[in-house]
Write a protein of this length. Structure first.
Length: 392
């Protein structure tokens, strides 16, 4: 029997049934949230090599495209088959990646570990010297003063907290290395997966397009494909630009700190470079612990460090960043802050890195829907027009 989906009560009944089923599934998941998260964790663990491989392929694709479109453009290379050219490009891509990692492990990692170990060993001495200095200052003041006593109490709490953090740094690093070592097999499998993805990336894209066209009608399929292209464009420009920008800032910080003879130059440059990947909050996340580290050695140098970082961030925000990133995000500072806070709360550090481009995509989709509805009603789409109406 053919069902007439246009009939009012039939449609209402079907929608009601679907809502009830969805509600039952939702409450079942909420009631067994621990088992559900365990299943999700098992699924993620099972798919970890493919996740790692996809991330590797996505990041290395920028280098692959550079070699294919910018480097291998000679007449002798052009005459090669596409498969041969892709093979040469992939080989050069992985050689480049291995070279970068090798240079980091050869020159940066040993000095970084020495700086961390030296800092852990020297912190108790720095804290003892600072405590002695503060006690001498308090001795010159009114020792019975209520505010002086409170300040001394808070200082002791800060000292205890700092020592606990520093003494836990090496175990944390050890556990991190242990996790990385235990994931070596998954990383190797991920590397193999990434090679296959890069070799046949056009085929995988075509397969995704084929499935999309099979699942949706032509109009909705084009919407999904367009959204996919927009997401890839936003994430690609943001991640590649941020990585290049952060690498430049890390090197620039190292050069300037070396000139000014700052302590723990390598460690602080790495901290500044890595945290710079996080938009908006990144400079603060990097500057605050670096300031504390330098302050233990020399409070004067710590103040100079803040001035140096302020200048570097101004250069980055006004010169380097706009040149590399351009307007790849397309959202205001308020929405960047909103995206960071929400994504950081939900996904942690990963959320703070991918939250901004993810929100930019969602924002652009909502913007398109709103503007389409406004055009359908014959209303202006520019926000400024509504600002004028609000003032009137």
């Amino acid at each position: 029997m053919k069902i007439d989906w246009n009939k009012k009560y039939t449609t209402i009944s079907v929608y009601s049934f679907l809502v009830i089923c969805a509600s039952m599934i939702f409450f079942s998941v909420i009631g067994e949230i621990s088992a559900f998260t365990a299943k999700i964790g098992w699924l993620v663990s099972t798919l970890q090599p493919f996740i790692i491989g996809f991330v590797m392929a996505y990041l290395l694709n920028f280098i692959l495209v550079f070699y294919e479109e910018k480097v291998l453009v000679f007449d002798s290379i052009k005459s090669l088959k596409k498969k041969s050219k892709r093979g040469i490009s992939i080989l050069l891509t992985y050689i480049t990646a291995i070279l970068i990692i090798g240079l980091f492990m050869q020159f940066v990692l040993p000095q970084l570990m020495d700086s961390v170990v030296g800092l852990v060993n020297d912190i108790p001495t720095y804290v003892a010297d600072a405590t002695k200095l503060i006690e001498e200052l308090i001795g010159k003041l009114d020792a019975n003063n209520e505010y002086v006593g409170m300040a001394m109490e808070k200082w002791n709490e800060i000292v205890t907290y700092t020592i606990n953090i520093i003494t836990n740094v090496l175990p944390i690093l050890g556990n991190t290395l242990k996790v990385v070592a235990s994931s070596v097999w998954n990383i190797v499998l991920g590397l193999i997966v990434s090679i296959y993805l890069l070799i046949d990336k056009e085929k995988f894209c075509a397969l995704s397009r084929k499935i999309t066209c099979a699942l949706f009608n032509e109009k909705n399929a084009q919407i999904v494909i367009g959204l996919t292209h927009r997401t890839n464009d936003t994430f690609g420009k943001f991640l590649s630009g941020k990585i290049i920008d952060s690498a430049i800032i890390g090197v620039l910080t190292f050069i300037i700190l070396t000139v000014f003879k700052m302590p723990y130059t390598i460690l602080i440059s790495v901290i500044i470079g890595i945290t710079n990947i996080i938009p908006f909050f990144g400079p603060f996340f990097g500057a605050i612990p670096s300031f504390v580290i330098i302050m233990f050695v020399s409070p004067i140098k710590a103040l100079w460090f803040l001035l140096i970082i302020l200048i570097i961030q101004q250069i980055d925000g006004n010169i380097i960043g706009p040149k590399i990133l351009g307007d790849s995000i397309g959202i205001s500072a308020f929405w960047i802050l909103f995206a960071l806070l929400v994504a950081g709360k939900v996904l942690g550090l990963v959320g703070m890195i991918i939250g901004v481009p993810l929100f930019a995509v969602i924002y652009s989709v909502i913007k398109d829907i709103v503007e389409a509805k406004l055009r359908k009603k014959g209303l202006p789409t520019e926000t400024n027009e509504y600002m004028k109406n609000a003032r009137d």
